[in-house]
Design a protein around this ligand. Structure first.
Ligand code: FAD
Ligand code: NAD
Length: 475
């Protein structure tokens, strides 16, 4: 006998419990809006389960292992810091358990927050019936199907990894999700794509002991960032022993399936032996498989088109996060989610951030907030820019910080800061100061005239501003 379909009604129905969807649901519930969130998998989406958090956990674990291994390999007396370590060993299963524990704590916390604020969570796969009706196939096959009727429908279904036709996922060809839960460290890892995931996770595996080769179609690594910023990263990767094959296209696996065939710009073909192949060539909005096409919403390429309030082309149907395209970053999804909830509650909000920070958690890290000198010029702005190198920063030296710098970009006429960039160990934490300064309309004089604690990496921020004004003190 066919199970009876139950019908529920709600004011706001959110499809997807990632950082976009769960933040929207929490804020809406806080504001007293009857809210239901449908999530097919574990709450927290890509970010908490198979993205930002697990990758940063493994980056940290790999760095710790690499450090002790470096001390051990450098031999008695060779470590500059006077630290000596004997035969370090990696218990990878424990590393993965530790990472999973962090993920569980955070995803459990999201569930608790939703409950605390009174949002209803339905576990199951949502399919759109029309702009106000969604059918949910419950995760528990024995449970009855559910029909939910809403006033506002918020689409937050996120994105999925792009697959390469020449190297389909399966067997030894894996994506980030599998790379984040390894059962073993492969002796030889080939990474396809020198973007965020390729370089963050490529670095992890190299530090855990794999031989790593990264194949990139374009002629430089991290092509989305300017070359001045990526230079120290590329130098560090080479020093770490990562091989970069730039300007190369992958042709597929060889006949025995244990090597990747790669063609360079001259048409020369080589085989790269591989025990595992990580394909990380981008992500695309998840627009298929849940009836979205039936709404005939306006699209921007593969992404849903939204206005500056995250409204789609259908009244009371909203979309946020990766589903709406680039930049596909968790903090953007969260900010959009919070805003949509407030608009539905009657507040006047627009999504018009002065800048959305981007951080690449390579070693060293890269931060970009606002305009670079090149993007400012493209936008027709007359700007000046100045760098302060970490080589002249005491705190960086005490942390063995190595190469890197902070760069400020400001309008020449009134010194309004329009961009900050940095590359260096630990600079991800400077993104907060950068974002604040741009969002609050700071000028060079504001950054230069603020007392920065000594000794900190942040002093390089003040010094970059001082240098732009022509009177740096420590260089
Ligand atoms: P998602 O997080 O993808 O969530 C969408 C949710 O919707 C999923 O849980 C999915 O199960 C659910 N869903 C989809 N369709 C349905 C349906 N029909 N029914 C029910 N549920 C459905 N970003 C950063 O800002 N910083 C980082 O350091 C960072 N690192 C990353 C590392 C990796 C390896 C990856 C893959 C991504 C990383 N990102 C990072 C990107 C970040 O994870 C995404 O930008 C973010 O998760 C997008 O949030 P979202 O809410 O739009 O979608
Ligand atoms: P990406 O867009 O960052 O990098 C993909 C790389 O693959 C690019 O350099 C591209 O030129 C290259 N490429 C494309 N096709 C190729 C081919 N056929 N052969 C070889 N190289 C090819 O994508 P990603 O690394 O998969 O990450 C996906 C998205 O996830 C990112 O764009 C970002 O939005 C998000 N993410 C963010 C962070 C972070 O914020 N720190 C970390 C990981 C992922």
């Amino acid at each position: 006998m066919r199970a009876q379909t139950q019908t529920q009604t709600t004011t706001l129905l959110v499809i997807g419990g990632g950082p976009g969807g769960y933040v929207a649901a929490i804020r809406a519930a806080q504001l007293g809006i009857a809210t239901t969130l449908v999530e097919d998998d574990v709450l927290g989406g890509t970010c908490l389960n198979v993205g930002c958090i697990p990758s940063k956990a493994l980056i940290h674990a790999a760095e710790e292992f690499h450090k002790v291994r470096h001390y051990a390999l450098s031999g008695a007396g060779a470590s500059a810091l006077g630290i000596h370590v004997d035969a370090p060993r990696l218990d990878l299963a424990q590393t993965v358990r530790w990472k999973d524990g962090i993920v569980r704590r955070l995803t459990g916390g999201v569930g608790a927050l939703l409950k605390k604020h009174g949002a209803t969570v339905v576990r199951g796969w949502a399919s759109i019936v029309d702009g106000k009706t969604v059918e949910v196939r419950p995760a528990d096959a024995a449970a009855e199907p559910l029909r939910i009727v809403c006033e506002h429908l918020l689409l937050a279904a996120g994105s999925e990894a792009v697959a390469l036709p020449s190297l389909p996922f399966g067997g030894r060809v894996i994506g980030a999700t599998e790379a984040l839960s390894p059962a073993s460290v492969p002796a030889r890892l080939v990474v396809v794509g020198a973007g965020y995931i390729g370089l963050e996770l490529g670095t992890v595996y190299r530090k855990l002991g794999s031989e790593v080769t990264v194949v990139e179609a374009l002629d430089r690594a991290l092509p989305a960032y300017d070359e001045e910023l990526t230079k120290p990263v590329v130098a560090a990767l080479r020093k770490l022993g990562v091989t970069l094959k730039l300007g190369c296209t992958v042709q597929g696996l060889n006949a025995t399936g244990d090597a990747v065939r790669v063609r360079d710009a001259q048409g020369q073909e080589t085989e790269l032996p591989a025990d595992r192949v990580l394909v990380a060539v981008g992500r695309r909005p998840r627009t298929a498989g849940w009836g979205l096409e039936s709404l005939h919403l306006d699209m921007d390429g593969r992404a849903l088109r939204v206005d500056d309030q995250c409204r789609t082309s259908m009244r009371n149907v909203w979309a946020i996060g990766d589903l709406t395209g680039e930049p596909m970053l968790a903090h953007r999804a969260m900010a959009q989610g919070e805003m949509v909830a407030e608009i539905i509650a009657g507040r006047q909000r627009h999504f018009a951030p002065a800048a959305i920070p981007a951080v690449c958690f390579t070693d060293p890290e890269i931060v970009v907030v606002g305009h670079t000198p090149a993007s400012a010029a493209q936008a027709g702005l007359d700007v000046l820019d100045a760098h302060f190198p970490f080589a002249a920063n005491g705190r960086s030296m005490t942390l063995e910080g190595g190469e890197g710098f902070v760069r400020v970009v400001a309008r020449r006429d009134n010194h309004l800061i329009v961009g900050w960039q940095a590359v260096g160990r630990g600079v991800s934490e400077l993104s907060t100061a950068f974002s604040h300064s741009i969002e609050m309309g700071a000028r060079l004089e504001d950054a230069a005239g603020t007392i920065h604690a000594h000794p900190t990496l942040g002093e390089a921020v003040q010094e970059a501003a001082l240098r732009a004004l022509g009177h740096a003190l420590h260089i």
